[in-house]
Design a protein around this ligand. Structure first.
Ligand SMILES: [Zn+2]
Length: 265
């Protein structure tokens, strides 16, 4: 157990040393869970900042069971998870390099484990609000001018077709990410705070591609510079309701599982 209170799932490719702004790596750990091992996770701590666990993350279908990742956060005593993904712009107002903050999501995944409650048919889990309001506000404050958007989660690795892009737009999606879902759902089941940030890498298949002039790299650097302010804002005590999503029936169900005994807080 550490006093770090944030797990950063890093699904963007950053230059080496980019995260040194969050402080040096002071510990590395592999966490064993009921659904597989996770890591090595790196703990970073700045001079006066909170500790942050960092896990490079990939939405490839071959990735670790996403349940393992969220359980690892529990094992580490972390209550908050930030998923920083690279995505595809569906909304024509979004352009490459732009960061967009996830305010809601649509689940279009079909091959991912969707729940920890596979064996219980005991009602629905509150997914409202879909993201942690406190963390999301901190993102909006740290990344001024970044728009909020609806993220559509897909399995990958294939890209969307032009017809799918048009359909997703009609559904109200602003961007596509391969790493946001089902993690966002699973986090709610573990009553963790979860927020999402998508840096746009591509325009959707039905839009004319723009010539690339380093805007993705600039966009990533902009987020990196904003991360310390975001992390610092989380030093405030939790004022959200994320830790109170489960019904009493769900709590009884999950507590009856042997694996849960090792991680319950
Ligand atoms: Zn929260």
């Amino acid at each position: 157990m550490s006093d770090a209170n944030l797990l950063l799932l890093l699904a963007v490719v950053l230059p080496p040393k980019a995260l040194d702004l969050l402080g040096p790596v002071i510990e590395e750990r592999v966490v064993e869970t009921h659904y597989g091992s996770v890591g090595p996770l790196a703990l970073r701590r700045g001079a006066q900042g909170m500790g942050v666990w960092v896990q490079p993350y990939s939405g490839l279908p071959s990735r670790t069971d996403p349940r393992a990742t969220l359980l690892a956060a529990k094992h580490l005593g972390v209550r908050r998870v930030l998923n920083w993904d690279a995505g595809v712009a569906i909304n024509s107002l979004l352009s490459p390099g732009q960061p967009a903050i996830v305010v809601d999501y649509i689940d279009f995944t079909r091959h991912q484990p969707q729940t920890f409650f596979e064996r219980e048919g005991i009602g629905s889990i509150n997914q409202n609000p879909p993201v942690c309001p406190q963390m999301t506000t901190a993102l909006f404050n740290a990344l001024r001018m970044a728009p909020g958007g609806v993220c559509l989660g897909v399995d990958g690795p294939r890209r969307e077709t032009a017809a799918e892009a048009r359909m997703f737009r009609l559904w109200g999606a602003d961007m596509i990410g391969q790493n946001m879902v089902p993690e966002i759902t699973l986090a709610a089941e573990l009553e963790l705070c979860y927020a999402g940030l998508v840096t746009i890498e591509h325009l959707s298949a039905d839009q004319q591609p723009l010539p690339r002039q380093g805007e993705v790299r600039h966009g990533l650097e902009r987020v990196i510079r904003a991360l310390p302010e975001f992390v610092q804002a989380l030093a405030e005590p939790a004022s959200c309701g994320c830790a109170d999503r489960l019904s009493a029936a769900h709590r009884r169900g999950i507590l009856a599982d042997d694996w849960w005994q090792s991680v319950k807080s």
